[in-house]
Design a protein around this ligand. Structure first.
Ligand code: NOJ
Length: 574
């Protein structure tokens, strides 16, 4: 494909796309909670632009913007009513273009979020479907079916929505009578498209082009494993994972088409999928050379703080994705790391394999311990081969806000479960920029309150207070990002160092070594490990030979010792 009129971002963008190297650091921007410029209490594109340089300074290669298209915001942008418009709450298309240009000038690539499994019930196609007859072209873009029972009063099958309750909602036909049902994997305000209909595929190719031509460098694909359902929509026999609802073979045709489309640009565009499946192994099919570049590996995210379990998850991730998994420890759907790692997680209970379980509260929190471990986990994440996705606020060490008032909560998971599931509001509370002021610097002075209330204790995590504090989590992140490239570089080969006691997780890669002490006690550096010089530790270090409790330590081989890594090859195991 030839671009006839490249957008401003494209012109200065004809350099290789670092996302394609597979080892980028991507900062996830949950826009409504990042920074508010116009005082309505909701983050926006202009607010992001004000602080974009700080993301670049941190050392990130790209941003991933959660959906900012026009949307009624029932699921905060994952319910899109117009795929070619920016939601007025966030700004305009001109603001978006300016963001892309500014990001590229700062050396940041821009990923958008493509939500193509479903749209908003306010989308013009769905509105047209509601006023059209059963069997019409308008209905054929969605999954409309007749109900079961004598008068169609029962849903077409027994599938459950991810957000709780039935996955079908009955419509009233234009003549006023109760009529067909439509399928929604999530909220009723999010009707699923029928991806077996070529008209849907054609529309989304055009939408991708629309944003690519504005300079967008790639997409994160929402529910990438869910866009096609088993043709007959059979009842779910029970027992957890519904195999007819997810991971259908035909879904791969979509990614082959999207990959070819992205590859027709110079430089090519990048695709990373959100694929939540019961086993990491199942990701492999999405990563075939003509499909997605990467898919999030949530294997690390769901593991307890245990060396054996983490090592196994890393090995599986590397085996499935080859040289470059896309790792994440947090995102806008799960409890924040400082909280998760401060909670007991039994080794007996299998880790969660879906978003809702991952967001569930699990007992009392030891926040000091959780914060220490979260920093160490970041040190592990950023030493691994592959890409690292960082969720906004993790660099401040923000904990989950578990004590949000019931009436403040907005997540459809909370609303649909009648408050039995906390949902995801607690990881979406607007960021604290300054230690004082009514919204801690999130909004300008004299603004509407933030869309989710910030607890008073958020002030202790403010960016301005952490900025020059050598002991802050922000400083730790800055150091990690600063040393990541020089120590580990593009070397994709991770070589494990074995620890007989089981409490250390250690490997070498490139010019560096990463050693995580997962125990609650300081540990000696095993004398047989030729680690070189320690360049950083996620905790204060009193004694050079000691690995502090719950810390990650990065070492650099002496530059003359080019044989070290080769020697380590002899002691590697997997
Ligand atoms: C996954 C997204 O990450 C989540 O936030 C959203 O609610 C669902 N997909 C539905 O789009």
């Amino acid at each position: 494909m030839t671009l006839t009129s490249p957008a401003p971002g494209n012109l200065r963008n004809a350099t290789p796309n670092p996302l394609l190297g597979g080892d980028a650091v991507v900062y996830q921007v949950y826009l409504r909670s990042f920074r508010d410029s116009d005082g309505d209490g909701v983050g926006d594109l202009a607010g992001l632009r004000e602080s974009l340089a700080q993301i670049a300074d941190l050392g990130c290669d790209a941003i991933w913007l959660n959906p900012c298209y026009a949307s009624p915001q029932r699921d905060h942008g994952y319910d899109i009513s117009d795929y070619r418009a920016i939601d007025p709450t966030y700004g305009t298309l001109a603001d978006f273009d300016a963001l892309v240009t500014q990001a590229h000038d700062l050396g940041l690539r821009v990923l958008m979020d493509m939500v193509a499994n479903h749209c908003s019930s306010q989308h013009r196609w769905f509105q047209a479907a509601l006023t059209s007859a059963p069997g019409s072209r308008e209905r054929a873009r969605f999954l409309f079916r007749d109900g079961r029972g004598t008068t169609g009063e029962l849903p077409p099958n027994n599938w459950e929505s991810v957000f709780g309750g039935p996955a079908w909602t009955r419509v009233t036909e234009p003549d006023g009578r109760p009529g067909q049902w439509y399928f929604h994997a999530f909220d009723p305000s999010q009707p699923d498209f029928d991806w077996r209909n070529p008209e849907v595929a054609a529309e989304f190719s055009a939408v991708l082009r629309f944003w690519y031509d504005r300079g967008v460098d790639g997409f994160r694909i929402d529910v990438a494993h869910g866009m096609v359902k088993a043709a007959e929509l059979p009842d779910h026999a029970g027992g957890g994972h519904n195999h007819a609802m997810w991971d259908q073979p035909e879904v791969h045709e979509i990614y082959r088409a999207w990959r070819a489309l992205g590859d027709s640009y110079d430089p090519p565009k990048y695709l990373v999928g959100e694929v939540w499946l019961p086993s990491q192994q199942l990701l492999g099919a999405y990563l075939r050379p003509d499909e997605l570049h990467q898919a999030f590996d949530f294997g690390l995210l769901v593991q307890p703080w245990d060396a054996g379990r983490l090592r196994a998850a890393i090995n599986t991730g590397l085996q499935v994705a080859g040289r470059a998994p896309a790792w994440a420890l947090a995102n806008h759907d799960v409890h924040r790391t400082a909280t998760r790692y401060g909670q007991q997680q039994s080794l007996e209970v299998p880790p969660p394999t879906d978003m809702i379980s991952a967001a569930r509260r699990r007992g009392p929190v030891d926040l000091q311990l959780g914060t220490t471990r979260a920093r160490a986990a970041a040190g592990l994440l950023l030493a691994l081969p592959g890409a690292a996705f960082l969720y906004q606020g993790e660099e401040l060490g923000l904990p989950e806000v578990l004590d949000l008032a019931d009436e403040a909560r907005q997540d459809p998971i909370w609303l649909r479960s009648g408050g039995t599931e906390l949902g995801r509001d607690g990881c979406r509370v607007p960021l604290p920029w300054t230690s004082t002021g009514p919204s801690l610097g999130f909004s300008p002075p004299a603004s509407a309150p933030p869309w989710l209330p910030q607890p008073a204790w958020f002030a202790g995590y403010a960016r301005d207070a952490q900025q020059d504090d050598p002991a802050s989590t922000l400083t730790v992140y800055r150091q990690l990002l600063h040393h990541r490239r020089t120590l580990f570089g593009p070397d994709a080969t991770l070589r494990w160092l074995d620890d007989a006691t089981g409490g250390l997780l250690a490997f070498t890669r490139g010019q560096g070594a990463c050693v995580v002490n997962l125990t609650d006690h300081p540990r000696e550096v095993p004398p047989s490990w030729p680690l070189g010089q320690r360049v950083l530790c996620t905790e204060p270090v009193a004694d050079d030979s000691v690995l502090p409790a719950n810390s990650t330590n990065w070492f650099q081989f002496p530059s003359s010792d080019t044989t070290t890594n080769r020697r380590n090859d002899q002691r590697q195991t997997s």
